[in-house]
Design a protein around this ligand. Sequence first.
Ligand code: ADP
Length: 661
Amino acid sequence: MGKKNFAGKKDSTEKKDSTEKKDSVGKKNSTEKKDSTGKKDFMKEKNFIDEKRTGLQLIKRGIVYLAQESPGIFPLAFLQAAMEAAYPYIGILLSARILTELADPGRSMEHLFQMALLLVGLNFLGRRLLDFGGQFLDVLQYTVLKHIERAVAEKAWKMDYAMSADPKINETKQRITRWHYGRGVLALVGQMRRAFQALVTIGISVALVVEFFRAKAVGEDGMAAFLNHWGVSVLFLGLLGLSIVYNIYMSFRIQKVYFKINETAEKPMNRMMNLMDSCFSEYRNGKDIRMFHAKERMFGKFRELSGDYLRESEPAYLYERRKTFYTVLFSRGFDLLVYLFVGAKAIFGAFGVGSILKYTGMVTQLGDGVTRLCDTVRDFLQNLEYVKIYFDYLDMPNATAEGTLPVTKEIRENYEFEFRDVTFSYPGAAAPSLSGISCRFRKGEKIAIVGRNGSGKTTFIKLLCRLCDPQEGEILLNGVDIRKYQYQEYLSLFSTVFQDYQIFDFKLGENVAAESEYDRDRVTEALENAGFGERLKTLEEGLDTQLFKRFSEDGVELSGGESQKVAIARCLYKDAPYVVLDEPTAALDPVAEADIYQRMNRFTRDKGAIYISHRLSSCHFCHRILVFEEGRIVEQGSHEELLAAKGLYRRLWDAQAQYYA
Ligand code: ADP
């Protein structure tokens, strides 16, 4: 997958250059793209969407993509299509022969029996072959579908963190995974199969049509002359053309009505279904769902949206029924004409009675073939939009992971970070979450960050850890923009406990070590230092204990505090040069918290560390405290200095102190 993503690489490099220029002068990009709500369109802003990709390029890429994943898929699809097209003609042609022979006074019963046997045998064999081919094709399609799902998930893992939080990108991801066979790149297989089948059907039918017109009624005048007249043939072909065009036109009209419903009513309903899926599939959500009656509200909203959908789709169904009635009426009327024309030619000796079956069948097949071809071409063209969305998604270039500088041993041992006039907005956000942030901190320094909720503390550490990149300003490590370092090496500088840390459904030891092969003594030590030692002793399988129930019924559930201790142990085990802790003890009891802070202090003695904490008493021991307010650093200094300054920190401190007093 990785290589294919390079299609967008040129864009990203160009973008990066311009970002760097922009940063150096500190100006905002004047060509920022905003949507109708005035918010920035992150996908367009980053040039993720390639507006210029042509249909032909998409088809080519789609075919190559599928053929690479499953080389047999197209040959099998075409073979299947040819068999599907030929199959009805077994019945038509053999039945015609049987009927002709039956009408012949010199018929041979033996021959008739043989042909009947052949008809049944070929029918049976053809059906079996079609079923077998269909199943085999299903298996190949399923394999490719799994590959597509994996590619979408892999892209989600690999994309920039900031992008993964973008609601538009997330919706795109969910749409792609919901399409399955119906739309998108995989649908190309079915569409091409149907188109080929229709072409073969048309080919066979046209050959029979030619044969039909070449068969002349016997006689020079009267009805025979009329039937043999070229004008009648042209009229017949004209009516056939009209019937086909009418069918196609109706199918387009109906399709258009459904497309409108999809845009107005189906999308909101699908979003609601996504929300319900994600809420109900995770049992941990069960508490809030029950306590806050979310079920009723969700079902209520779902009922409302599906009501909207039904209301909007009902006229469409009625419309479709009405139009289908006319289409069927028109087609049957045309069929009547065909029977009359073919029957008359047979009566006037153009061909035997059996051929009536053959030629009426051929007209039906021809009409079907052309309609199917047009339907498929229409689906195919509409589907290109979905193919484009899929490749646009895979091609979204990452802004990160482009640096080349190594994070050397010297840097790991002696480092200084600097935020230089940094401004950052989340994708789609109307206002920046951080504005004009400037500060420095280095090895050995303990920094506390305090401030009210939503003041930008977590965002600050996300930028430091390069989970997001600033739109303006620079973050420097030893004087060099952090974007210039190799991404993974840069990440390895940090041991972190995030506020919304995640413990995975792996074994305990694997969770702490973040890998399956690990040093068991060190993991045990990290768990003990994180205050998990006593609990560890109660676990029969120790480090091999499976956490949570997803993979094993015997999986162990952890309390909020215990999970947080495991997250702290993971941070300790990593033992990186710089420690970042975002509310690491929020779920711990006061005794455990005091204990952890003591141990953390020992652990970070020679390291640099940043703590975010709402308990200001725990910031005491830090060398410097940064006070955040509305995305800015409004004060900084030691605890004593900030108390003396009588600013925001003092107010926060006094507010907390009164509870302790
Ligand atoms: P703090 O850690 O100080 O509570 P945050 O840094 O989490 O604050 O958030 C700062 C601001 O950024 C808030 O206004 C919040 O709503 C906004 N914000 C945080 N995360 C996102 C996100 N993923 N997308 C959009 N806005 C966000």
